[in-house]
Design a protein around this ligand. Structure first.
Ligand code: GRF
Length: 200
């Protein structure tokens, strides 16, 4: 049985498209059952719809609390009977109960070699630090931001003259390869979050 995967986005959705593309391959162990965005104008929603994937969106600004918004997301995920959640440029922080509920079943991709350069603008952070390489990390999402254990990483060189844009493009090409590979091993049960990260 293929795992039922929902993707959460806030913007462009190029990683989302890479995951949808991979899921069309025969023998891929996951299917994308829906894409949700907290930004109704996210360009990725139109791409998903073009691919025939169900979409839903609702602004977090419609909700009084983070918990209320997360409850809404949970209702959407329940409707899709999602078993795994992939964050792909989803720019919201979760409430602790939602994050705990999905611990061990939620992945994110971050454009740095975590644990280096958490948070915003990691490509610029890598340049500012004078690093000679950077890359991307697919990691488990745990309640602490950008802090779950890595599942897979890909490295890229930093070359003289690099800007945040040129480095971002080099990393993004690797992201599109890495995320489908990482989701595949999770969907097959070949990667699991170590038990001590679970709160229950
Ligand atoms: C990617 O660089 C991803 O690593 C980061 O946000 C960006 C999303 O890009 N979390 P896209 O929406 O997948 O094109």
């Amino acid at each position: 049985m293929r795992k039922r995967v929902a993707i959460l986005i806030s913007g462009r959705g190029s990683n989302m498209s890479a995951l949808i593309g991979a899921s069309r391959q025969r023998d891929y162990p996951a299917e994308i059952v829906g894409v949700f965005s907290n930004r109704p104008d996210a360009p990725g929603l139109a791409s998903a719809a073009d691919e025939g994937v169900p979409t839903a969106s609702r602004s977090h600004k419609d909700f009084a609390t983070r918990e209320a918004f997360d409850d809404h997301i949970q209702t959407v995920l329940d409707g899709w009977r999602a078993e795994i959640v992939c964050l792909a440029g989803f720019m919201r922080i979760f409430s602790i109960p939602f994050a705990e509920r999905w611990t061990g079943r939620m992945l994110n991709i971050h454009p740095s070699l975590l644990p280096r350069h958490k948070g915003l603008h990691p490509q610029q952070q890598a340049l500012d630090a004078g690093n000679i390489e950077s890359g991307c990390t697919v990691h488990w999402v745990i309640p602490a931001l950008d802090d779950g254990p890595a599942i897979m990483q890909a490295r890229v060189p930093i070359v003289p003259g690099d800007t945040a844009d040129s480095l971002s493009a080099r990393i993004l090409a690797e992201e599109h390869e890495l995320y489908p590979r990482a989701l595949a091993i999770v969907a097959r049960g070949e990667a699991v979050l170590p038990a001590w990260h679970h709160s229950n």
